[in-house]
Design a protein around this ligand. Structure first.
Ligand SMILES: *Cc1c(COP(=O)(O)O)cnc(C)c1O
Length: 425
């Protein structure tokens, strides 16, 4: 499949007159349409709700758009909770799925009446101490251990991950114990949650996870009599970063989950269980891109294009070797007959957005779109080498551009130091 940017050269030229590159750009239309497809796919489940994983893109304007489409938020830190509160989320719009949690984080989650998802059995006592009681509505995170695999899909992409090696969640036996202890301490409404594999390109991941969680819910109800009111499938539905990868079909995913629900939960008399998701990547990944300009070309042992963005704006290629597709704007249909490394300016050799990538000939001044940065893109940015975080721009449905986060300035970077004098020279 050809990967097409959601923005054109002339739109970027217009924007760059006001907002200098690099910047992250988001596609409001794409975000809304995708959120509606998700809700459509799970419309059969009364109470379905997507809790957007705030860590993926903690940008208020985007959280507001998702809120308008019916989404809540999934937080895992104090500041994510603060941001969500500021954006108007509260009560059952907030899921708090943290781990290794500080007491003050639990305190704020409780103050906002969010739903607390306990990562460990020892957190029961810790939470009780932190907030003075156990909430009536509570969730426990399950880790079935071992390897999680799905057979190879037709396209040859396999889903495999290693929950047994992951720090998250409770063992099966601990789940039963936790439910019993929580009941004794006053909990009345239970949920279960698990995250078994990340960035899955398979319509089978959610249904397979659902079967595991639904079966576990039936067992836990039989063992403890707990009233299970929701099951949280968490995140992990992926996006095709590479042009040759297939896209997930969310309608087929919803249908697969429905089949499991009818086969396992309904016969157990659990036909009122609400389903939740905590998708991050799937909600925003494809609807954001990093727009950057070629500012240098270098011809040594390889051909390099130097751009004005760097790994501080998008870390995934540098730390995971992750593939992000690149389009040279205005040359969408030109032949990819040049072999380049596309680099940022960090003093780190891993600061490359692409290695040995066939692209059209790139000239200084060309604008490049680095695709699929809408989730885990800007948010993973950092300040290494004193690099400043870029602005974030929203391409609105009417085609206009709105700055939704300004770029950092040197003053921001130095704000935690007492060296204000240097700005007065
Ligand atoms: C990161 C995370 C998510 C979102 O994951 P995606 O891969 O972006 O869908 C959801 N839930 C929890 C608890 C997470 O840590």
């Amino acid at each position: 499949m050809q990967k097409k940017p959601f923005v054109t050269l002339s739109q970027v030229q217009e924007m760059a007159r006001i907002y200098p590159t690099p910047f992250h750009l988001y596609d409001e239309k794409g975000i809304r349409e995708n959120a509606r497809r998700l809700y459509q796919a799970f419309a059969w489940n009364k109470g379905f709700k997507e809790y957007f994983a705030v860590k993926a893109t903690p940008t208020p304007r985007l959280l507001q758009i998702l809120k308008e489409e019916g989404c809540g938020v999934d937080c895992s830190s104090l500041t994510e909770l603060m941001l969500s509160e500021a954006c108007g989320f509260n009560g059952q719009e907030i899921m708090f799925s943290s781990n290794d949690t500080p007491a003050e984080d639990f305190q704020l989650a409780e103050k906002l009446h969010g739903t607390i998802n306990l990562d460990d059995i020892t957190h029961i006592e810790f939470l009780e101490k932190a907030i003075g009681h156990i909430p009536e509505r509570i969730c426990c995170r399950y880790n079935p251990g071992g390897m999680f695999t799905l057979g190879e899909s037709e396209e040859g992409f396999q889903v495999m991950d290693n929950p047994g090696d992951a720090k998250y969640g409770m063992t099966r036996a601990q789940m039963t114990d936790a439910f019993r202890i929580l009941q004794q301490k006053g909990a009345k409404e239970f949920g279960i949650h698990a995250f078994l594999a990340s960035n899955t390109i398979s319509n089978e991941y959610y249904p397979a996870l659902a079967r595991i969680l639904f079966q576990t819910a039936v067992e836990l109800k039989a063992e403890t009599g707990a009233h299970i009111t929701f099951i949280n499938l968490s995140g992990g539905v992926g996006i095709p970063y590479r042009p040759e990868q297939p896209e997930n079909n969310i309608a087929a995913i919803g249908e697969g989950v429905r089949k499991a629900y009818e086969k396992i939960l309904v016969p157990a008399g659990m036909d009122d269980v609400a389903l939740y998701t905590e998708l991050g990547r799937y909600m925003l990944g494809p609807y954001g891109c990093l727009v950057t300009k070629a500012i240098h070309e270098k011809h040594t042992y390889k051909e390099y294009i130097g751009v004005d963005a760097c790994a501080a704006n998008l870390m995934r290629p540098a730390i995971y070797g992750a593939y992000h597709h690149i389009t040279v704007l205005g040359k969408e249909d030109a032949p990819c007959d040049h072999l380049y490394d596309v680099t940022g300016s960090l003093c780190e050799n891993c600061d490359k957005f692409a290695v040995d990538r066939m692209l059209p000939q790139i000239n200084t001044g060309d604008y490049l779109v680095i695709h699929d940065t809408g989730a885990h893109g800007f948010s993973m940015g950092y300040n290494y080498n004193g690099k400043l975080r870029s602005a974030e721009i929203l391409l609105r449905e009417d085609g206009s551009a709105e700055m939704i986060r300004r770029a950092e300035t040197p003053e921001d970077y130095f704000a935690t130091l007492d060296i204000t004098g240097i700005f007065n020279r």
